[in-house]
Design a protein around this ligand. Structure first.
Ligand code: NAD
Length: 289
């Protein structure tokens, strides 16, 4: 059994506690027990789980795992503290706000001999799985992924990082990408922002990624993928799966803790995560120049 602490009691932190208290029966998630949570606020017990301090969490021998569920900008420091203490870490995406920091964190995890896992629930959705099936075997000519959503609170970072889930979709669907141009339109008065990034596949096919947020913007993903044989202009509809997305991620993470995931799979995930963070950083740089 692995004892766990949840850092950050927002939407995701509360879901993490809920899932650990009622893991999917018969799954590897049953191997994790939540022992406490950490918050900057002084809170009552949450779902029966007590608040503890960071010092207590890093020093307790019955806590071997930390779930980092805070805003993006504070992920790096939290991960570093728990890795230093020899704890396994599951962090909500993105793990860091720079490629260099992410490489350092992976190196530290390796040195300590612990698992560093970045959650990517967007790859576990039924709509993504349908889209992946629809794209498989087709040759892309050109494509666009346009995301719209509400304004984010502060602390989620540059849109290429806060929107890393969309970038990850594109990389998983079309392979390694390079960023050639990017612009950011902003109206900081009302929180509106629109990132437009031009990406090239390894055979020089253009993908345009638009990440647009503003007050009242509906949460939506619009696609237009042109293939040599057909075009795809809607994400194929798919009913939600029987197992919740964060539960699926918990099962995947606990399978890693129990050494049920092959080294090849771990390496493939790590390379994809680092590639996406490197791309996000390049997009940020292109916007600044
Ligand atoms: P949220 O704003 O609801 O929660 C963040 C919480 O962390 C807040 O309660 C905040 O007070 C707390 N916090 C911040 N710094 C802290 C610190 N140093 N110590 C303790 N607590 C601290 O945000 P959220 O929607 O729960 O998102 C959390 C993370 O999950 C983000 O990294 C986000 O990218 C990722 N994520 C969110 C979703 C989603 O659907 N909400 C999906 C996938 C990934």
């Amino acid at each position: 059994m692995f004892g766990a602490v949840v850092v950050g009691i927002g939407r995701v932190g509360l879901v993490r506690i809920r899932d650990m208290l009622a893991p999917l029966p018969g799954s590897s998630a049953e191997n994790i027990t939540v022992k406490g949570f950490i918050s900057r606020r002084s809170l009552d017990t949450q779902q029966g789980v007590p608040q503890i301090s960071v010092e207590e969490a890093v020093n307790r021998e019955d806590i071997q795992v930390a779930f980092i569920c805070t805003e993006n900008v504070s992920h790096e420091d939290s991960i570093r503290a728990f890795l230093h203490a020899g704890k396994h870490v599951c962090v909500e995406y993105p793990m860091a706000m720079s490629y260099k920091a992410a490489v350092e964190l992976w190196d530290l995890a390796q040195e300590k001999g612990v698992i560093l896992h970045e959650e990517h629930i967007e790859l576990l959705t039924e709509e993504y799985k349908e889209l992946k099936r629809a794209v498989e075997g087709k040759t892309l000519q050109e494509g666009t992924l346009h995301f719209t959503g509400e304004v984010l609170k502060t602390g989620f970072g540059f849109p290429a990082f806060s929107g890393i889930a969309r970038l990850t979709w594109l990389v998983e669907l079309f392979g390694k990408l390079s960023a050639t141009a990017a612009t950011l339109e902003e109206d900081s008065g009302n929180g509106y922002s629109k990132l437009t990034a031009k990406l090239l596949t390894s055979d020089n096919r253009l993908l345009t990624w638009i990440e647009e947020r503003g007050p009242g913007c509906p949460r939506a993903k619009n696609i237009n993928f042109q293939f040599d044989s057909c075009s795809l202009t809607k994400i194929p509809p798919a009913p939600a799966g029987a197992v919740g997305l964060f539960m699926q991620d918990l099962i995947h993470f606990s399978a890693k803790l129990s050494q049920q995931v092959s080294p090849e799979e771990l390496q493939r995930e790590k390379l994809r995560i680092l590639h996406c963070l490197e791309l996000a950083e390049r997009i940020q740089l292109l916007c600044q120049h």
